[in-house]
Design a protein around this ligand. Sequence first.
Ligand code: DAH
Length: 339
Amino acid sequence: MKEKIAKIIEQAKLAIEQSDTLALINNVKVKFLGKNGELTQLLRGMKDVPQEERPMVGKYVNEARDVITQLTEEKTKQLAQAEIDEKMMKESVDITLDGKKTERGSLHPCTLVANEIVEIFTSLGFTLGQGPEIELDKFCFQMLNIPPDHPARDMQDTFYITDDILLRTHTSSVQARTMLNTKPPIRIICPGKVYRPDDDATHSPMFQQIEGLVVDEKVTLCDLKGLLETFAKRLFDSNTKVRFRPSFFPFTEPSVEVDLTCSVCHGKGCRICKGTGWIEILGAGVVNPKVLENCSIDSKKYKGLAFGMGVERVAMIKYGIPDMRILFENDVRFLKDFK
Ligand code: DAH
């Protein structure tokens, strides 16, 4: 019996030595130590062993199990470590290679310009005003002194949803909403999207405007000029000059178009300003007393100053963009320039 056990140990040692994967060493474990393994079989056959020899045989079998267990465990550890080492070798990274760049997004030029304009006015004491894009005819037109069927409506063609509901054609609608809900003094700046059925190199069916409104006692056209001059110098540069030209808007009296000296040629005349040295940037005026009265503001006591500008137009001037449609194409190569 002793020899038989010694032989099993020898066989196990050889099998362990020859196992070069974790799967093989596991097979060895099962073969010698498992439920149906060789040593277990021997123990099962104990009943045939003469009584007096049983303790000895039991001892040999247990010793053999300890030896084989220890050897398989050692080999398992060894193979597991070798497997890890090999994996580490294969997966090693070359730290001298270039890293993968993560692309970072950036703000759209119109958002940059709109933020800058709003920041300039908030630094001058204005607060943010807001109104809906789907608007009532009443706020977009009627309260601003543009009655139904009046020829003044021709200035802004409109997307109507019903006779009374439309997509706002200008952010001036926020003027009416604010004046109805707020007591003067009022100083608001309102950025937002507006809609018109136009589509060419300088017009888009959707674009953005920024509306400004001041309502206070004793404000005059001179204050409007000073305000817009301060704004223009901050947005472009301190040499920028402002020029008012007479114009007409139903909601202001007098009304003006406001030009700035061209930011590219500084007034000399170039392609951007079509040789004039001036660039039209916004419409403005003294709020028509009728509009104040429509909003229940005493037009004897209070005066209003208002202005409205197109964000895309300002972005085109500021960044020298020749065609408005580029701003809506979302071509990443173009947008990347504004990081
Ligand atoms: N709402 C005008 C437009 O869309 C712009 C404008 C002109 C706004 C004069 C004003 C203003 O507040 O006083 O063309």
